[in-house]
Write a protein that binds this ligand. Structure first.
Ligand SMILES: [Zn+2]
Ligand SMILES: [Zn+2]
Length: 361
């Protein structure tokens, strides 16, 4: 077996330090001239796997006390004293200048020989075990709410919503605030109800942070077109939040408003405009999340919230034309006569879409 040194680490650290010390340390990797061509296109990767040689490690124990004094085998540790003295770390690639890479987080001291560099690829390099099926899948989210960790709530809400934007942030803020006002959110499905007055980005912030969703019937939609929500516990109290500062974004981010008008309202933005808007939205959303809720929302305590009953379980009906099954009350026809589904009967029907709830057909 032959291993070549392909480069060397340069940084200000001349002494061995604890691993955590290196998290923010910037290092240069000088790649040797004869290997420099191998760096072509490397800047497409944001993170790199760097394999290096602990040149100062001489001997090792197969089993011995490791970090924190625990007795472990060498392969069960990250000790630098190993049979082949190889270390490997995922680092952030900051920039490349010819054969020189600037990286962050490389836990190797000045002069450490580098033996390999590869792009970090999450599907192969990060095999965190699959999440287990949980009795309470929202436990982590609930904990974020309980601790008021708005930043992480918003980060996660983006996974549902598809982008970060100010109204998603507002929804997360309102949901988080209301749940904390109501105290421990009851685990029972449909016990906690959200009455939403709009279907917009705000609604996804509410659905994610509160767990009251379109699908679990804990979300009631009232088509008022207001950025507002009432969070309520059945048989108990509620709290309504209405976004009152509708000039807040315009006043605080005037140049973003222009961009928004061009891209969203007039639909005349270029691709570059769209990217710029997404960046701006993200920035504003994570800014906005720290504004005190009472500053931008009207908050009302609701003593006896007006809520519909629990979702009923309907009998099945079958369409005499297409044969498809539907919830019996949705059938069209005389009570004892043939039943048709709504589309076979030619409508009309109710549709919730970008325009709100409306009758079609
Ligand atoms: Zn949005
Ligand atoms: Zn039908």
């Amino acid at each position: 077996m032959e291993i070549n040194e392909v480069g060397v680490v340069r940084n200000d650290v001349d002494e061995t330090k604890k691993q955590g010390y290196f998290r923010d340390v910037e290092s240069i990797i000088e790649v040797k001239e004869e290997f420099a061509d191998g760096l072509q296109e490397i800047e497409r990767s944001g993170y790199l796997q760097v394999i290096f040689y602990f040149s100062r490690s001489e001997d090792y124990d197969l089993v011995g006390p490791r970090h924190g004094g625990k007795i472990r085998g060498v392969f069960a540790s990250r000790s630098p004293h190993r049979p082949n003295n190889l270390g490997s770390t995922v680092v952030k690639l900051l920039s490349r200048d010819g054969a020189t890479l600037k990286v962050e987080g490389l836990d190797a001291i000045n002069g450490t020989p580098v033996v390999d560099i590869k792009p970090y690829a999450a599907p192969f390099d990060s095999s965190s075990p699959p999440e287990e099926k949980k009795e309470d899948p929202r436990r982590k989210i609930r904990r974020l709410v309980k601790t008021g960790d708005l930043e992480n709530l918003l980060l996660k809400a983006g996974e549902l919503h598809g982008h970060y934007c100010p109204f998603l942030a507002l929804g997360v803020m309102a949901g988080n605030y209301a749940l904390n006002q109501l105290g421990e959110a009851p685990g029972d499905m449909e016990k906690l109800v959200a009455v939403l007055e709009t279907n917009s980005c705000f609604s996804d912030g509410i659905q994610y942070s509160t767990g009251c969703t379109f699908g679990n019937n804990a979300l009631v939609y009232r088509d008022y077109g207001k950025t507002a929500v009432t969070m309520a516990i059945r048989g108990d109290r509620g709290v309504r939040l209405y976004y009152k500062e509708d000039n807040y974004l315009k006043e605080n981010y005037p140049e973003r408003t222009e961009l928004f008008d061009r891209v969203v309202k007039e639909r005349e933005g270029t691709e570059e405009d769209e990217r710029a808007l997404k960046r701006a939205w993200t920035e504003i959303a994570f800014d906005l999340i720290h504004v005190p809720v009472e500053d931008i929302f009207k908050v009302e305590q609701i003593r006896t919230p007006d809520l519909p009953d629990y979702a009923p379980i309907y009998e099945d009906g079958y369409c005499d034309l297409c044969g498809e099954k539907f919830m019996a009350p949705k059938g069209v026809g005389e009570e004892d006569g043939p039943q048709l589904c709504i589309p076979c009967a030619g409508g009309p029907y109710l549709q919730l879409d970008g325009s709100g709830l409306r009758e079609v057909g």
